[in-house]
Design a protein around this ligand. Structure first.
Ligand code: FES
Length: 83
C-alpha cells in the first residue's frame, strides 16, 4: 500500500506522504512561497513550523487563514496561497 497522497497547491497537482503536514509536503515539493504579506507583498514561507508565527497561512478547501504547519495533508486537498 502506498503512502503517497495527491493534493493541489494553487491549481497544480503535487504528491505528499501520509502523515506529513501541508507545510512539509510543500517544502518537499520545493514550494517555498506560501503567501505574500499584505503590505509590501513580501514572500513568506515556513518560519517556526510549530504554529506560532502565522507565516505559513494558506487557504485550505476554501477556508482561509489556516496554518500549513499544523494541518496534515489529505487526499485531493486544495491548498491556495493567501493574499
Ligand atoms: S510556520 Fe509558523 S505558524 Fe506555521
Amino acid at each position: 500500500m502506498s503512502n503517497d497522497i495527491s493534493f493541489f497547491f494553487n491549481g497544480e497537482k503535487f504528491t505528499g506522504a501520509k502523515g506529513q503536514s501541508i507545510a512539509a509536503a510543500l517544502i518537499a515539493n520545493e514550494q517555498r512561497e506560501l503567501r505574500r504579506t499584505r503590505f509590501g507583498e513580501e514572500p513568506r514561507s515556513i518560519f517556526c513550523g510549530i504554529g506560532i508565527c502565522f507565516d505559513c497561512v494558506v487557504t485550505i478547501d476554501g477556508v482561509a487563514n489556516q496554518r500549513a504547519c499544523l494541518i496534515e495533508i489529505s487526499s485531493d486537498m486544495n491548498v491556495e496561497s493567501s493574499l
